[in-house]
Design a protein around this ligand. Sequence first.
Ligand SMILES: [Zn+2]
Length: 506
Amino acid sequence: MKRKFLAALCAAVFLNGAQAQAPQAAGARPAAAKPKLVVLIAVDQMRYDYLTRFYSEYKGGLKRLVDQGAVFTQAYYEHMPTVTAVGHSIMLTGAMPAASGIVGNEWLDRETGKQVTSVSDTDVKALGADSRQGASPHRLLVSTFGDELKMSGKARSKVVGVSIKDRSAILPAGRMADGAYWFDKPSGNFISSTWYFDDLPVWVKLFNEKKAIDQWKGTDGYATMAETDHGNDVVELFAEAAIDGENLGRNGGTDLLTMSFSANDTVGHAKGPDSPELKAITLHTDKVLTRFFDFLDKKIGMSKVLVVLTADHGVAPLPEVSKGRKMPGGRMTEKTVLDAVEKALNEKYGEAKWVIGKSGPAPYLDHKLIASSKLELEEVQKTAADAVRNLPHISRVFLREELRRGLAPADYVGLRVQNGFYYQRASDLVVVPEPYWLFEAKGTSHGTPWNYDAHVPVVFMGPWVKPGKYSGRARVIDIAPTLADLLEVETPSGASGRVLNEMFAK
Ligand SMILES: [Zn+2]
């Protein structure tokens, strides 16, 4: 059974990459010295079209990336759910959830029966804020590009991850990172965990003590600040401190810094991709990156730095905006889906707590209860799936047991669902709404396999790449193999992308 599942999975991944399998001329490996520092910049919830729609108003870092970078105009995520943890886990592993095990922001851990997040870890302690739960990359099953840099045995490489969100700092950096740091809103500190060290490095303590970020503090402390444009200023300032504190770019080998701007996601959720607020924070990000690139230039020299820009997912328009455009779209809630499942199972098999966990609208059923009730799991899943299919504006519903056998149809939606499937952590159903339909009562969101959630920027900038627009199909899973090839280290263990060698400078 297990072998069959693996074979099906391989087939799905192969089909998915089929258009990229044509033989290519060997990429001319640049003769220039290797980068001293690779910087991954992730903007949370940045759709590709933000690069083009706002281009005329960019004056800083984003303009520089578009003008001087290799811009992949058709780069997609090829999985579902398109959410923060999964996107960040893919950027530098090149691995689908089917390999990495990062299947969502949260899921039900079947072993403990507890709801967990992608990075929650009861075996480690938070450092920098006493009451916080520990977080680590222990659920990430594959290596990152940073891990491969370290395992290559070449000159010492340092790897550091920075973000407002824990998962966005931890997952791109990987298991062997020297440190990942995220923001603690109550204290205004950047914190970490005992996964990395027993005590915070001195430079982190000094940064927290100095409270330079208080210049952006609001009347409510740090909460609003972290979720508006100044949240990006804070990440940038801490990234500068990390470069100084860890001597990044000046350690002899190639170092890696991953930074993720979380505030853009909060603004996008509340106001939508067509709002003036979203445009304003994107223009602010452009400014923040100017400051950051100037700092890199002064400290290391931009000719020694390779910058990669991407995002963890896109976003849907507000349904109210879609309606005004005569486009489809509307709202339902996760509760509608979960209630429909409960009701159908109660009616057919008797009153009980059948749903014991969730990942977005995807239910986790109580397998012990199903077994002790002498019911067949797939039969119960079918009953649940039929109930969800009967709800309005549901496009497709997939069963865990069907996905285990690789039975998703080989069109792009089916492949994206299959790529997002990791049996041990999977929900019992995968629910795909019709395009432009949301599981939110207000604002907007992401998570579907539709292209507005999956089409993101992929830009490389540095002397190793030929600037220009590249419109051939690319995928976010291509970033990690490309970096591994350029740096001549092993390809991360779960990576299934290709090397984007058409952009390599001669
Ligand atoms: Zn989001």
